[in-house]
Design a protein around this ligand. Structure first.
Ligand code: PAF
Length: 284
């Protein structure tokens, strides 16, 4: 049994936050969909380093899934997640139900605009409207001073920063670097779905990224890099959704590397879709 405070409705979260803010406490929010792993631990520790109090929200948000099978199969490990939060000294978890988040008649969606036209937005229609809407609702309920998101979901982080800026939400968005397994695979709640063969193949994403980061390769053009990364992943048995070299702010493809370029990758391994990214810096 845990003694960790569990907030389950937006008004509970709002009231808790109001009281803590009146006491002069600073609040950090780590929004998650549960199935917590070491990547989430890093987000929680970052929040704890920046704020007196940390809230972890755990909500598998149905509106951001473009495929119902992905939603149905998304790993749900609530008891373990709460125990982990407790052991890490989290101050409260916010675990609203779908009905509490989307009561009858709920009909408002935030459309985050042009940053979502490509990449994840193109391959997962409606995904970012779902993310933007749920994150805005989580921020409104918990009223944190900061909110911490993983850089693994690079486009998501950019979209959330954009929404927060455009709507003037009073929160600072913090990005935390990707945490990786020993063999380089980026930590993701979906990794548990990888069968052993696909799990081995999936390390090709990081190998391909490392090759792109390699001095000899990153002197190449973005189109060379896209071709190399795509080929490396395909040869390992992956199916590529996209590989792109983009401007870090606009997320538009670039013709030349500069100090503001990011490599984005999405690929399937044995029916599991993985994403990853890395900063690419032009070498002299
Ligand atoms: O990155 C996630 O886990 C989700 O997209 C988020 C930000 C918690 C919104 O549901």
């Amino acid at each position: 049994m845990t003694s960790l405070l569990c907030l389950s409705t937006p008004s509970d979260a709002h009231r808790w936050s109001d009281e803590r803010r009146r006491d002069g406490q600073s609040i950090g929010l780590v929004p998650t969909m549960g199935a917590l792993h070491r990547g989430h631990t890093a987000l929680i520790e970052r929040s704890q380093a920046l704020c007196n109090l940390t809230v972890v929200s755990i909500f598998v948000n149905p509106t951001q899934f473009d495929r119902s099978d992905d939603f149905d199969l998304y790993p749900r490990t609530l008891d373990d997640d709460i125990a982990l939060c407790d052991s890490l000294g989290v101050n409260a978890v916010y675990t609203p139900t779908v009905d509490a988040m989307y009561p009858d008649g709920f009909d408002t969606t935030i459309d985050p605009g042009s940053l979502t036209y490509r990449w994840e937005g193109e391959h997962r229609p409606g995904h970012f409207a779902g993310v933007a809407t749920v994150v805005t609702k989580l921020l409104t309920a918990v009223q944190p001073h900061i909110a911490v998101f993983g850089e693994k979901d690079f486009q998501q982080l950019a979209v959330i920063q954009h929404v927060v800026r455009d709507l003037g939400l009073p929160v600072t968005v913090v990005g935390e670097p990707t945490v990786r397994e020993g063999d380089g695979l980026a930590m993701s709640s979906r990794n548990v779905h990888l069968a052993p063969g696909a799990r081995a193949q999936a390390t090709s994403i990081k190998h391909a990224i490392d090759r792109a980061l390699d001095r000899s390769t990153s002197t190449g053009s973005p189109s060379d890099i896209v071709e190399q990364v795509t080929t490396d992943i395909q040869q390992a048995g992956g199916t590529v959704d996209y590989v792109a070299v983009v401007d870090r702010l606009s997320l538009e493809p670039v013709a030349d590397l500069n100090n503001n370029t990011q490599l984005l990758v999405a690929a399937w391994f044995g029916g599991v879709r993985l994403i990853d990214n890395a900063a690419l810096v032009a070498t002299e």
